[in-house]
Design a protein around this ligand. Structure first.
Ligand code: AMP
Length: 249
């Protein structure tokens, strides 16, 4: 069974993002970029499925600019067997990415596609769900445990009231939550090995997908600055302020 793992190149989670002065977006010039953390978890899970003998080949996919090749090399250093870059300089929205992934799923015929539950740059939490709709495959989002049992995939999900376990027929789409696993450290020998792995490059046109944005961003701005807090003398003063100033109790 092949496993596809889409990996997005995003601003590193340690970077404090700055809004561009013309309010058209976030400044990513000279900013450290990394693999979306949820996608690292997805690659790790695919590698564990391969180590357990359920997966035969792991294919990492990234859609975006040429530098996404670095993200693919990281995925291959964790353990993906090969990479596919869908190269475009266009702004890619979740629907466009889902259509590209659907085209690649038709080509590769995987048993599973494991995505991150959300990309930490746009926080959309849409691509996996849209991909499941386009492929008409079962989906299990926010996975905290994945097991292959009797030819089906059993996924434990984190839901509001606790945990829910679903049994899905494959092929299926899974999105990862934070507690699914802890990705392994990438070792130098594996980084070197990853440099030699196969990496194919397509353009969206090669896959017959129109990636033109469907949503227009009007303005991006900083959240309002918070004013400094104060210390209150005792609980009575706190209750008084909550009641009479904040009027929340
Ligand atoms: P989002 O719906 O944008 O929050 O993204 C959810 C997941 O979709 C990510 O964690 C990735 O697994 C995948 N994804 C989104 N955008 C891309 C992209 N440009 N390239 C590869 N995978 C992506």
């Amino acid at each position: 069974m092949k496993v596809l793992v889409p990996v997005k190149r995003v601003v590193d989670y340690n970077v404090k993002v700055r809004v561009k002065s013309d309010q058209t977006g976030v400044d990513i010039a000279n900013v450290k970029m990394s693999m979306n953390p949820f996608d690292e978890i997805a690659v790790e899970e695919a590698v564990r499925l391969k180590e357990k003998g359920f997966a035969t080949e792991i294919i990492a996919i990234s859609c975006g600019v040429a530098q996404c090749q670095e993200t693919l090399r990281t995925a291959m250093a964790i353990g993906a067997d090969r990479g596919i870059l869908v190269e475009t300089a266009e702004e890619l929205q979740p629907l466009a990415v889902a259509k590209l992934l659907k085209a690649l799923a038709d080509k590769e015929q995987p048993g599973l596609i494991i995505l991150g539950k959300q990309a930490i740059d746009d926080d959309c939490n849409q691509t996996g769900q849209m991909l499941a709709a386009l492929t008409d495959w079962p989906q299990a989002t926010f996975a905290s445990k994945v097991e292959v049992v009797d030819g089906r995939v059993q996924v434990t999900r984190e839901v509001d009231g606790g945990l829910e376990t679903l049994s899905l027929q494959m092929p299926a789409v899974i999105t990862t939550d934070l507690r699914l696993n802890e990705p392994r450290y990438v070792t130098l020998p594996n980084i070197m090995k990853a440099k030699k792995k196969q990496l194919d490059v397509f353009k969206p046109e090669d896959l017959g997908v129109d990636v033109a944005p469907r949503i227009k961003t009007l303005k991006v701005c900083e959240p309002p600055k918070r004013s400094a807090g104060i210390k209150v003398a005792d609980v009575a003063a706190l209750v008084d302020k909550l009641k009479n100033e904040a009027k929340v109790i």
